[in-house]
Ligand binder design. Structure first.
Ligand code: PEP
Length: 255
């Protein structure tokens, strides 16, 4: 089985002003520099601070992600930022299909898939988010929802999917303080990996990182990362403070 390097991503959502973005980087870098050969660490600020963050992290092991990207290279799409523009800025990662995009901004599977294709065409690394709502879990629909959200991957060649990362983020666990138990996360991660093996290839399934996200904190990161199919963590609220996110990385690596 291929070795999957642990990956920790901070999703800052619509938080932090320029000064706070600036203050985060040196502190976080100081705390995590010693772990940098053991994992990858990515920060996702709001789009206006992407250039600043690219500059601040240039001589560090820290990488930068956008929180979304447009489905076209350019054109009449007010408010969107194209993957070509992200690439030009030196941004290599992009979060797509986050539950807030899907459920607050009503992005459907077709739109998320179009964004995914555009990002892959530009060579960005997408962090493709999937996850069920509470009522879907309660009615036993978790796997069918995940399957529906993953379905678009079948239209993309395995070669073009290179670099894809998947994040399982149960909607009921995001920002609620109620994380999935390690066993609940493992069950869905294993399901996703089996789906990838069946519908893409077993090589692809073995090398693709599947992150867990939803109320991750320093005191649950080690238990979640101990699961065989949890390859990293996507962290919202607890990533806003460098000490807390640094601790999540440290404990997640069991260091
Ligand atoms: C997220 O926004 O992706 C997330 C997981 O948020 P939180 O960690 O705050 O639940």
């Amino acid at each position: 089985m291929e070795q999957r390097k642990p990956l920790f991503i901070a999703n800052w959502k619509m938080n932090k002003l320029a000064q706070e973005v600036g203050a985060f980087v040196p502190k976080f870098n100081e705390l995590t520099n010693i772990f940098s050969s053991k994992c990858e660490m990515v920060l996702a600020p709001v789009s206006v601070y992407l250039p600043k963050l690219v500059e601040l992290t240039a001589s560090t092991p820290i990488q930068v992600a956008a929180q979304n990207c447009g489905a076209s290279k350019s054109g009449a799409f007010t408010g969107e930022v194209s993957p070509v523009m992200l690439k030009e800025l030196g941004v290599h990662w992009v979060i797509l299909g986050h539950s807030e995009r899907r459920h607050v901004f009503k992005e459907d599977d077709a739109l998320v898939n179009a964004r995914l294709k555009a990002a892959l065409e530009e060579g960005l690394i997408p962090v493709f988010c999937v996850g069920e709502k509470l009522e879907e879990r309660k009615s036993g629909e978790t796997f069918s929802v995940i399957e529906r959200q993953l379905k678009g991957l079948k239209d993309i060649s395995e070669n073009n999917l290179k670099g894809l990362t998947i994040a399982y983020e149960p909607v009921w666990a995001i920002g609620t303080g109620e994380n999935a138990t390690p066993a609940q996360a493992q069950e869905v991660h294993a399901f996703i990996r089996q789906w990838l093996a069946k519908n893409i290839s077993s090589t692809f399934a073995n090398r693709t990182r599947i992150l867990y996200g939803g109320s991750v904190k320093a005191d649950n990161s080690a238990q979640l990362m101990a699961m065989g199919d949890v390859d990293g963590l996507l962290v919202g609220g607890a990533s806003l403070d460098p000490l807390s996110f640094g601790d999540i990385v440290k404990r997640g690596l069991n260091s």
